[in-house]
Design a protein around this ligand. Structure first.
Ligand SMILES: Cc1ncc(COP(=O)(O)O)c(C=O)c1O
Length: 399
């Protein structure tokens, strides 16, 4: 039986194991240790901001919201089109999400809708406590207009860069533009610690607040005294060792993921109704996932049918995230707009995007897509354009 081609799998770079072995031989097998310190320093070198390594990206969002002072009864703006892990922490802190539609250039939070919403809320003296922005599938939201309107109303911004490590906006790394930024090192991300996340912040008080809460919020002193609620959210020193090795190959992973996306695009050039997610000119898109929009009429097959046909050919694919305003969990929440997010969900498909995807495997995926609309199979993948737009990336990231 041939191996199933999965959507996005972990891809070790080769230098991870010595760090893990170090943790074992020195017995640093908990949530403190030299790998953890080094991983945080390396994250700071790579992104330019101090970092706190945590057990997940979800934990990072949770602690970020708490550090910003979001409390029960507050409201927090969040894009509707995202993975549920962006929105759940808003509920963890007892706040209520208000969902906003996407725009079609980046598929992320629409700055115009946000601006109109905040103006209306300011006039009614009911501003939300924070705005969360998400960079979907490896591409940054339009941060300048978002940050501008948020700063006008003095609203802090949580930047969920779980899917966008390696991306840039205006030559600045994803995750470093908001008041706090969050990263994920989940197994399906561009680099992984098997599971993990990080919080980034330029204000040390925010990071220190989160650091304390991530370790059960123990107050200084000998006694185990606690005056605020804490969590067990630190990353393990073993997993930080994996992260150290993975950071060495971040640049390479961006190239590989982008190459996947552009190979697919070249291989579908003669087929109508299938288009790659837009690549906005404001920064570098990592194409963490290769996402395409299907126009059923010109393509000749629905998105759902395509997913079924790929599945039958041993290829895993999945729809674009189901928007939060369409989820039973959030059915009572306010939603501003929604037609763009709903359309992207209805037509979007994520194709296998692992950085370890071989050309042979990618050809199987390509021909399974082509076969679903009776296009002739390709014998080989068309050559890639030389320039994958990585120069910009090299200036923003130092590794
Ligand atoms: C947009 C987004 N936010 C947050 C998360 C949560 O990250 P984690 O799985 O590390 O908790 C993920 C992915 O898992 C994500 O895709």
């Amino acid at each position: 039986m041939t191996k199933r081609i999965l959507l996005s799998v972990p891809h070790m770079g080769g230098s991870e194991l010595p760090y893990v072995q170090d943790a074992f031989s020195s017995n640093w097998l908990s949530t403190i240790g030299p790998n953890l310190d080094r991983f945080e320093r390396r994250l700071e070198e790579v992104t330019g901001l101090p970092a706190l390594a945590l057990s997940s990206g979800t934990a990072a969002i949770h602690l970020g919201l708490l550090a910003l002072g979001v409390r029960p009864g507050d409201e927090v703006v969040c894009p509707s089109l995202t993975f549920v892990a962006s929105a759940n922490p808003i509920r963890y802190v007892g706040a209520t999400p208000i969902f906003i539609d996407s725009e079609s250039t980046t598929w992320n939070l629409d700055p115009e809708i946000l601006s109109a919403f905040l103006r209306a809320r300011a006039a009614a003296n009911r501003l939300p406590r924070a705005v969360e922005v998400v960079h979907l599938f490896g591409q940054c939201a339009q941060m300048n207009p978002i940050l501008e309107v948020c700063s006008q109303f003095e609203i802090p911004v949580v930047e969920d860069a779980a899917e966008a490590l390696g991306a840039t906006y205006d030559n600045r790394p994803a995750g470093t533009l908001g008041t706090v930024g969050t990263l994920s090192f989940n197994g399906n991300k561009i680099i992984t610690t098997t599971g993990g996340g990080a919080l980034l912040a330029s204000q040390s008080c925010l990071l220190e607040n989160a650091r304390k809460r991530s370790q059960q919020a123990r107050d200084p002193g000998l006694a185990y005294e606690h005056s605020e609620l804490g969590f067990n959210y630190r990353m393990s020193n073993v997993l930080a060792g994996i992260g150290l090795g993975q950071l060495d190959v971040l640049n390479l992973r961006v190239r590989q993921r982008r190459a996947n996306a552009f190979r697919y695009r070249a291989a579908f050039q003669d087929i109508h109704g299938v288009s790659l997610m837009p690549q906005a000119s404001s920064g570098l898109h990592t194409n963490w996932l290769s996402v395409f929009l299907i126009d059923e009429r010109s393509f000749g097959c629905s998105r759902d049918r395509l997913i079924q046909r790929l599945d039958a050919a041993g290829v895993e694919s999945r729809p674009v995230w189901k928007p939060m305003h369409m989820q039973p969990l959030f059915s009572s929440c306010e939603m501003i707009g929604g037609s763009v997010a709903a359309d992207l969900f209805r037509r979007g498909i994520c194709l296998p995007s692992s950085s370890s995807l071989t050309l042979e495997e990618q050809l199987v995926v390509i021909n399974a897509v082509r076969n679903s609309v009776s296009a002739p199979p390709l014998k080989e993948i068309p050559p890639l354009p030389e320039d994958l737009g990585l120069d910009e990336y090299t200036c923003a990231y130092s590794n």
